[in-house]
Design a protein around this ligand. Structure first.
Ligand SMILES: *[C@@H]1O[C@H](CO)[C@@H](O)[C@H](O)[C@H]1NC(C)=O
Length: 340
């Protein structure tokens, strides 16, 4: 058996002491060490189980900086822990500068002392640098969190930068709870920005320009431009960059467990401030306005976890269609999947 061992030649010798062109077999193949399987279009995958920010996609998008380890989202390995003074930096590469892309990750916000922070909207993931003094922004994308309302806002810099210097955007209906792991997915299609929270599409917006990619680094947990103004305490885990649009099903599969026992497909957000009849018509063909039993057996708890009940405490149930059909009261419309 012939093994070629290259001494740290292929990539940064600070990452590898030994490089092997192939798997490693132990005890004549009783045990084999190989890199993880490649998922189609996955061009960046940071598990944060190592302390170097290594990319497990096979595209060598390893981070330049490392951050301390925190508790993991799935009970195995570790996450990246940010305490306001650090961020994760991945050098730019064509494989993470796509025009159509998806980014997914798990995030856990600690409740911190907001009085020390000068900013309300803070970046938790951004590809690009903001030059705040000269009002030049690169956000392809920029995923921001409002530490007061707990809403998310996703920016994409487009060719319409004269109308939208900070980028075109979508803001979430969701209000993320502190002290729990939330799964976030952002999908940039040709003409839309879609935002998913815990496997459920939370909001989307159309854009008038085309994506404008940039050659600046990808930052996670904070950015150089905001590091002194945003003293965010958070954990980030399992971050993935795909050079394609993810489907609803792929996002649901990744977000498994984010809503406890309830599968994300079971519920959709119909509308936030609407009469009961508008609420009913907001449910698409496979869905209906949730009944009282359905509200009690999961739908209401999903609405609480995603923070929709903070937008409107009045949640419509199917039976209100009879009793309140003439009323102008505004409520939250939750749609439940038609079963059977
Ligand atoms: C969608 O984008 C428009 C600007 O084109 C903005 O005014 C609006 O607030 C956005 N909607 C959401 C939900 O973010």
């Amino acid at each position: 058996m012939l093994i070629f061992i290259l001494l740290g030649l292929t990539f940064g010798s600070d990452i590898c002491d030994v490089s092997v062109d192939g798997g490693i077999c132990l005890y004549e193949g009783e045990s084999v060490i190989k890199p993880p399987a490649k998922l189609s279009s996955l061009t960046g995958y940071w598990t944060f189980d190592d302390n170097k920010g290594l990319d497990y996609s096979g595209y060598n998008n390893h981070a330049k900086s490392s951050v301390p380890a925190g508790h993991s989202s799935g009970g195995r390995g570790s996450s990246a822990k940010f305490s306001g003074s650090e961020y994760f930096e991945v050098p730019s590469d064509d494989s993470i500068s796509a025009k159509i892309f998806s980014i997914t990750f798990w995030v856990y916000f600690e409740k911190d002392d907001t009085s020390k922070s000068k900013e309300t909207w803070c970046p938790i993931l951004q590809k690009g640098d903001d030059d705040i003094e000269n009002l030049i922004y690169e956000r392809t994308p920029g995923i921001f969190w409002n530490r007061e309302t707990r809403a998310l806002k996703v920016y994409v810099t487009t060719t319409e930068s004269s109308d939208f210097p900070e980028g075109e955007y979508v803001e979430s209906n969701a209000r993320l709870l502190h002290h729990r792991w939330n799964h976030i997915a952002v999908v940039r299609t040709q003409s839309k920005i879609k935002l998913y929270v815990n496997g459920i599409q939370d909001n989307s917006n159309s854009t008038s320009g085309w994506t404008n990619p940039n050659e600046s680094p990808l930052y996670i947990g904070g950015t150089p431009a905001t590091i002194e103004k945003c003293l965010l305490h958070l954990l980030v885990d399992e971050t993935r960059y795909y050079e394609k649009e993810l489907s609803d099903m792929e996002i649901e599969a990744e977000a498994a467990g984010a809503l406890g026992q309830v599968e994300p497909r079971f519920i959709r957000l119909g509308c936030v401030d609407c009469t009961v009849s508008t609420a009913e018509s907001s449910c698409t063909s496979d869905y209906h306005l949730c009944t009282s039993i359905e509200l009690h057996s999961g739908a209401y708890s999903v609405a609480r976890i995603n923070g929709w009940t903070e937008l409107n405490k009045n949640v419509w149930s199917y039976s209100a269609l009879e009793t309140d059909s003439e009323s102008n009261d505004q409520g939250l419309g939750l749609c439940c999947l038609n079963l059977g």
